[in-house]
Ligand binder design. Structure first.
Ligand SMILES: NC(=O)c1ccc[n+]([C@@H]2O[C@H](COP(=O)([O-])OP(=O)(O)OC[C@H]3O[C@@H](n4cnc5c(N)ncnc54)[C@H](O)[C@@H]3O)[C@@H](O)[C@H]2O)c1
Ligand SMILES: O=C(O)C(=O)C[C@]1(C(=O)O)C=C[C@H](O)C=C1
Length: 374
């Protein structure tokens, strides 16, 4: 750790769910956080957070949890964030002198504007990790969620530079790529790359659901294409209700543009304008194919191995243990073929080429037949 990196003695985590839990686990892994006290409206979440080592202590009240805290992370639903900031502001003198308060909400302008009015001593810096999942709750929290992910901070001109740098360095130590943005620009961009895609995914699923109630083939035939474009439709409906309403100023013009685009494509199809239809798809392909491939972000790199295994019960567990003993994290395991008596094909997927290469070596040493996948 470099000399300029600050150690935080007490992190107060408010909202011990998917993102709060992941951020706390990632921060703890940097060893720059000494103690975490957690608060949540659900006692179950707090017990799971304690068991999983997300927090070290369950807070008994907001006042005592904030006492001498030098870092506060607010990771509650968007609709609760401003009200909780108001509560925190009542106890800001309880905080340690150089405390930093930050949040993780997916919309920034409303939170940052509210915080600017609320705090006189404590420093608030808005935050938003550009990583997540369709799952919710602390059980789904993942210490590696921030690795390589963009983490947006939205400082204002009044934000003290030393605190901004301290928070930036702390987050960078988790592997996150910190980016400073104005709250309004953040809200504009995430509306297009996150909020509208969630709306579209839900509409696609609902369109199929309407038909599936009378024709089961809609479900039976749904394959990779439908799955890939609709994964995020499994996200928390309340989160996306709040997001749609809170960021309406940015979302509505994008939906207007969608309506125009859909009707113009509809016309092209009706008029059989083959060249223009092809050019629309070609344009999308060119842009998407040029997006950088990285271990997180829009185009996720996945490194896969196929292992040919005899159909022996317990073998998957043995392979997972073998790789786990060498600290190799497996992202996904899938059985591709396992008819009785036949060899099975086990598909293993990893987040890094290093994990995949080391897994291949280890499995070969243990006499497994391994085929690296492109
Ligand atoms: N889900 C994602 O992919 C994602 C990604 C980045 C940021 N975010 C942001 O993270 C925040 C939390 O989302 P999540 O997905 O972790 O949700 P979550 O449901 O997993 O976690 C929220 C937690 O807050 C608790 N909570 C609710 N009201 C509370 C209150 N008044 N006081 C204390 N605790 C309270 C809940 O019990 C829950 O444990 C949201 O603001 C969201 O915009 C989500
Ligand atoms: O990967 C997912 O499941 C997500 O939805 C993550 C995702 C997104 O990319 O839209 C969702 C909400 C945000 O606040 C940040 C990231």
């Amino acid at each position: 750790m470099s000399e300029t990196q600050r150690t935080f003695k007490k992190l107060c985590l408010i909202g011990c769910g998917l993102i709060g839990g992941s951020v706390a686990l990632a921060l703890k892994s940097t060893r720059q956080i000494e103690h975490v006290v957690g608060l949540d409206i659900h006692l179950d979440s707090l017990h799971i957070a304690l068991e999983r080592g997300v927090i070290d202590e369950i807070g008994t009240s907001l006042k005592s949890a904030l006492w001498q805290a030098d870092l506060v992370v607010l990771a509650t639903p968007i609709s609760e964030t401003v009200a909780i900031l108001e509560e925190i502001s009542k106890f800001e003198t309880q905080l340690a002198q150089e405390a930093i308060i930050t949040d993780v909400a997916g919309i920034k302008a409303n939170v940052v504007d509210a915080a600017a009015e609320l705090f006189t001593h404590a420093v608030f810096i808005g935050g938003h990790p550009m990583a997540g999942s369709e799952k919710s709750g602390v059980s789904a929290a993942n210490a590696l969620l921030l690795e390589n992910a963009v983490y947006v901070l939205t400082p204002s001109v009044k934000t003290p530079q030393d605190r901004l740098h301290e928070l930036t360095k702390l987050l960078q130590a988790t592997g996150a790529r910190v980016k400073w943005l104005s709250p309004h620009l953040h809200d504009r961009v995430v509306a297009a790359i996150s909020h509208v895609p969630h709306v579209i995914a839900a509409l696609l699923v609902n369109q199929v659901q309407k038909r599936a109630s009378t024709e089961p083939l809609y479900v039976e035939l749904a394959a990779g294409g439908f799955r890939d474009i609709t994964r995020i439709a499994s996200s928390d409906p309340k989160l996306w209700r709040d997001t749609s309403l809170e960021n309406h100023r940015e979302i509505i013009p994008l939906l207007d543009e969608w309506i125009e685009q859909i009707s113009s494509l509809k016309q092209l199809i009706e008029q059989r304008e083959a060249a223009q239809i092809e050019s629309l798809f070609a344009n999308a392909r060119t842009f998407r194919d040029a997006l950088p491939v990285k271990s997180t972000g829009a185009i996720r790199a996945v490194f896969s191995l196929m292992v040919i295994v005899p159909d022996i019960p317990g073998l998957i567990g043995r392979i997972a243990t073998l790789l786990g003993e060498s600290s190799i994290s497996i992202r996904n395991i899938g059985i591709l073929e396992s008819r009785e008596g036949d060899d099975g094909q086990l598909l293993l997927q990893f987040d890094t080429a290093d994990f995949a290469d080391r897994a291949e070596d280890i499995l070969r040493k243990h006499n497994y037949q391994v085929i690296a996948q492109q």
